[in-house]
Design a protein around this ligand. Structure first.
Ligand code: NAD
Ligand code: DAU
Length: 335
């Protein structure tokens, strides 16, 4: 099996490449990534030199580059490549539309031309919009995205659906809740709070801190995608989540406790515009139909994650000293 992983130098993509090479050592994996600010080949050091792994630096919106890549033979595509950060989509929506919508369409065209046997679109629960105090997102929940990021992901999802309906492309769409774990870029809530707490910097909590996210350890997301590749029924959507709803302030307090830092670091700041109040995934379909079960509880996963960031300070301090600085200044000022 030859697997094309797009965005494999990012957080989830790099965890997925490592996971798949371990689970299926006989598979050939090609990682295509344009190495934006979020792409980091350091994440893949442990698989460099594996004869079944190769890396190609290219942009998924580049039609010629994608054609050349697919013409070498691809069985399965897993599309992780995306602009992924909601706050950045509020500052600069255009690149989100380019990569997440146009890039997906370029990949779909190549997948159709070269008759891939499966195209998995890695999407997000954010396309469903926000929940009130009760209920969960199912695969039938209407798409009502609220941020430029989630709107661009919904656009990509609808194209994937359309290529199945119109051209019979064998596709699946997965919609996962918030991931956490090793190699997550320190702009996202958990690694941001860990790195800032360790530096005794203020921890910016948006609004009242009571927004809820449903957390999933990244390896459990990888195992779900592995199952979808092999068992997913073409044309179907699968929600992925581990029933771990937590308020943001609970997450921040957990990080502070684990690191032995004071609550006084918490600073309530202006809310994110269009901030979704609550996400909660109903994973019944993937659980009952494909037999997926997460291995990690939130309590063990968060401890392991904090320990990983403590053991890998060089990884995130190098990132923070690069291009990220400009964004951090804009977002957090001198706090
Ligand atoms: P990330 O930002 O860490 O990584 C994205 C990767 O895509 C980077 O390596 C980047 O260089 C690459 N990329 C961006 N634009 C590209 C382009 N035009 N061409 C080629 N490569 C490009 O993102 P992540 O958190 O790992 O998310 C991966 C996917 O999973 C995304 O599609 C995201 O929408 C989805 N997702 C993420 C989460 C989460 O909690 N992080 C949850 C559900 C779904
Ligand atoms: O739900 C899945 C989505 O989860 C993915 O599709 C996205 O790619 C991923 O970035 C993530 O989106 P969120 O917006 O939920 O993640 P983020 O880490 O940016 O924020 C999590 C929550 O924490 C959210 O309610 C906003 C809040 N927050 C975030 C930051 C960065 C703060 O209060 N302060 C912060 O500084």
């Amino acid at each position: 099996m030859k697997l094309l992983v797009t965005g494999g130098a990012g957080f989830i993509g790099s965890n997925f490449v490592i996971y798949m090479l371990k689970q299926h050592p006989e598979y050939k994996i090609v990682n295509v990534d344009s190495l934006t600010y979020a792409g980091n080949l350091e994440n893949l050091k442990s698989v460099e030199g594996n004869p079944n792994y190769s890396f190609v630096k290219a942009d998924i919106t580049d039609v010629q580059a994608m054609d050349a890549l697919f013409s070498q033979g691809v069985d399965v595509v897993v599309n992780f490549a995306a602009e992924s950060h909601v706050d950045r989509s509020i500052l600069e929506p255009d690149v989100f539309v380019k990569t997440n919508v146009l890039g997906t369409q370029v990949l779909l065209d190549a997948a159709k031309k070269y008759s891939v046997t499966k195209f998995v679109q890695v999407s997000t629960d954010e396309v469903y919009g926000t929940l009130g105090a009760t209920g969960l997102f199912t695969e039938e929940t209407p798409l009502t995205p609220n941020s430029p990021y989630s709107a661009s992901k919904a656009g990509g999802d609808l194209l994937v659906r359309a290529y199945h309906e119109t051209f019979g492309l064998p596709v699946n769409i997965t919609r996962c809740s918030n991931n956490y774990g090793p190699y997550q870029f320190p702009e996202k809530l958990i690694p941001l709070m860990i790195s800032r707490a360790l530096a005794d910097q203020a921890l910016p909590v948006y609004g009242d801190g009571l927004n809820i996210r449903d957390w999933l350890y990244v390896e459990d997301h990888c195992s779900a995608i592995d199952l979808v590749i092999h068992e997913g029924v073409n044309g179907e959507v699968y929600n992925i989540g581990g029933n771990n709803e937590r308020t943001n302030v609970h997450i921040v307090n957990t990080v502070l406790q684990e690191l032995g830092k004071p609550d006084s670091l918490i600073t309530y700041v202006q809310d994110r515009p269009g901030h979704d109040r609550r996400y909660g995934i109903d994973p019944t379909k993937i659980t009952n139909e494909l037999g997926w079960k997460p291995k990690h509880t939130f309590e063990t996963g968060i401890k392991e994650t904090i320990q990983w960031y403590l053991n890998n300070r060089e990884w995130w301090t190098r990132i923070q000293s690069g291009e990220y600085q400009k964004y951090a200044e804009l977002q957090y000022g001198s706090r």
